[in-house]
Ligand binder design. Structure first.
Ligand code: 5GP
Ligand code: ZN
Length: 114
């Protein structure tokens, strides 16, 4: 755990979150400022600051984030209507929390990325 990391604190249970799924490798919880009716963040338990910090040994973990998103989309009933997965990296990518996370968004018509 990185002590000054918000999402490490959520993983540790030190900051409350609306957790919808967790397992040995990932935790998924509702975004505090949802941009869509379903807006869930899926994060690895281990601290990685940005996508740039992923290593070849993280291949299974990276895949697990996607497959967890797929499972949650199905559970949330947005798999057929459609959804979006987003991972922002660094400032120009719009990253604000420096513990990697995948946004799962759906439940409304999403517009073009900008
Ligand atoms: P980013 O901009 O880094 O891709 O996404 C960070 C996301 O984390 C934002 O959508 C923001 O609303 C969410 N967020 C920031 N602080 C908290 C928090 O304390 N709890 C939860 N559940 N979400 C948070
Ligand atoms: Zn962290």
């Amino acid at each position: 755990m990185t002590t000054d990391c918000l999402f490490c604190k959520i993983v540790a249970g030190d900051i409350p979150a609306d957790i919808v799924y967790q397992d040995e490798h990932v935790v998924a919880f509702r975004d505090i400022s949802p941009q869509a009716p379903t807006h869930i963040l899926i994060i690895p338990r281990k601290h990685v600051s940005t996508i740039n910090g992923l290593e070849s040994t993280d291949q299974l973990l990276a895949g697990h984030l996607v497959l967890t998103a797929q499972k949650l989309a199905r559970e949330q009933g947005i798999d057929e209507s459609g959804f979006r997965l987003v991972m922002n990296c660094n400032q120009e990518g719009g990253q604000t929390v420096y513990h990697i996370h995948m946004h799962l968004m759906g439940g409304r018509q999403l517009t073009v990325l900008g």
